[in-house]
Design a protein around this ligand. Structure first.
Ligand code: HEC
Length: 436
């Protein structure tokens, strides 16, 4: 019985309404999974690993071990089975069937069952002649073609061997005297062992320059005590995480970088156990067509919440009226270490519900920007409804407070956030009011 039904029953005091709710609840579809009697690497497993895993699990890439070829895969067979069964891998967090996105990477129940059976049957190779060819990876520096502009850290950033993660913000000025329109961004981590993810913000205020100037160390960029960018960005070009494909904006739509606007590149570093250096590069692709609309970001935030100490599933919900006709392109849920799930939908002026995104097993380490498969037109008078759930109990292994304490909004990773970042353009130009 789902929690929802239980609650309905309890709320209705086991009365008629509760029983109705119970009957109305659709039964989860019985998922039929068929697997071959004898699962082999050559015929069944290699195609799954090649399609869903080796983009990251190959020598020299972000994942800690390779899954290319039989020997490498066999070595990890039980981990492969357990990580996929627990849905930790591949690290795609948006729930299937709730919004559709570009570049989705998740396994079907059949694929998960095949990997499990292969492991239980001791990871046989089968007929090596039937193995698919090893996938080829782009050899050129940039998978999206020759960039119009490359920006690179002035000198390598040095990272200590051990300690907490580092969020470093690097400030760039393109030196443009006219508006520049950006269609796509790509990132090439200088050191894939330590670069976890990258977000490129825009800062029209120029405050990031001050923060960099006042940085106490002599390394490039600046850090804030909370791990944030320390400014309210005026926009963002997007994010990069391992395995995320370059996404170009729709025809006629682009990000605008005005003269003087700073590009603030935040790199999230994981330490590797030995001292490391990184000199990450960013590629920008400029618009060749006429641009009619600019891409903006909207911070759909709720700073007014308090998560009591010990609460296992504390709900935080908020609704934001949409004040203009807009088109939504991307969604990015954001919480800190207590986050469990976030679900967002639009309610149209006519009252129908349109799903946006649902992350049901939030992982602070995998903060992805999800690009909608087709842009969503949202009419003025619609509402954006967001439901988040937090686990502030001591059973949450990620809880940074021991013993747990009541937590409210804040920049520190020990504080929390209730935020959904929307990438949109206003259909009649202009911007939505910023929230949060
Ligand atoms: C987007 C890049 C990416 C993809 C795709 C990916 N992995 Fe991973 N994987 C990682 C990284 C990075 C780690 C290191 C741990 C972490 O940061 O979560 C990891 C860790 C693991 C681990 C060890 C930790 C754990 O959670 O058990 C296993 C096993 C694993 N991956 C298996 C797989 C399999 C199987 C697939 C394909 C079905 C896959 N991965 C797809 C990036 C990826």
């Amino acid at each position: 019985m789902s929690i929802m039904i239980k609650t309905a029953l309890i709320c209705a005091g086991l009365g008629a309404a509760g029983v109705l709710a119970l009957q109305a609840e659709p039964k989860p579809a019985q998922i039929k999974v068929q697997t071959p009697d004898k699962v082999t690497y050559a015929e069944h497993v290699a195609p799954i690993l090649n399609k869903h895993c080796v983009s990251c699990h190959r020598p020299g890439d972000v994942a800690p071990f390779s899954l290319v070829g039989f020997d490498a895969a066999k070595k990890q067979h039980s981990m492969v089975a357990s990580s996929t069964e627990a849905k930790r891998m591949p690290p795609w967090k948006a729930v299937e069937g709730y919004g559709e996105f570009k570049g989705e990477n998740r396994l079907s129940p059949t694929e998960i069952a095949i990997l499990k059976k292969w492991s239980l049957q001791n990871a046989a190779r089968g007929d090596a002649k039937k193995e698919p060819p090893t996938p080829e990876f782009p050899k050129s520096e940039w998978s999206h073609g020759k960039p119009d502009r490359v920006i690179e850290l002035p000198k390598p950033f040095e990272l200590e061997a051990e300690g907490p993660d580092v969020y470093r913000n690097f400030v760039f000025d393109l030196g443009n005297t006219e508006d520049v329109y950006v269609k796509a961004m790509d990132v090439r981590p200088g050191n894939k062992q330590v670069v976890h993810h990258v977000i490129a913000y825009l800062d029209e205020s120029g405050r990031s320059v001050e923060l960099e100037k006042n940085s106490p160390d002599d390394q490039p960029g600046y850090s804030t005590s909370g791990g944030g960018v320390g400014i309210v960005p005026s926009g963002a070009l997007g994010g990069w995480a391992p395995g995320v494909m370059v996404q170009e904006t729709e025809p006629g739509v682009a990000f605008r970088i005005k003269p003087g606007t700073k590009v603030v590149v935040q790199v999230h570093y994981h330490k590797s156990g030995k001292p490391e250096k990184d000199q990450t590069k960013l590629a920008l692709y400029y618009a060749k067509e006429k641009i009619e609309r600019t891409r903006e970001i909207f911070w759909a935030a709720n700073p007014m919440f308090r998560i009591p100490a010990g609460a296992k599933a504390h709900p935080v919900s908020w609704t934001i009226p949409i004040p203009a006709d807009v088109t939504v392109y991307t969604v990015m849920p954001h919480m800190h270490l207590l986050g469990k799930s976030m679900k967002a939908h639009i309610v149209t002026p006519q009252g129908s519900k349109v799903p946006l995104v649902w992350v049901d097993s939030w992982d602070f380490n995998w903060q992805l920007v999800y690009t909608l498969k087709s842009p969503l037109e949202v009419k003025r008078g619609s509402k954006l409804v967001i439901d988040a759930v937090y686990d502030n109990s001591k059973d949450n292994f990620n809880n940074p407070n021991n013993p747990p304490r009541a937590v409210t909004w804040g920049e520190q990773t020990t504080d929390e956030m209730a935020l959904l970042v929307l990438g949109y353009s206003a259909d009649s130009g202009g911007k939505m009011r910023r929230r949060g």
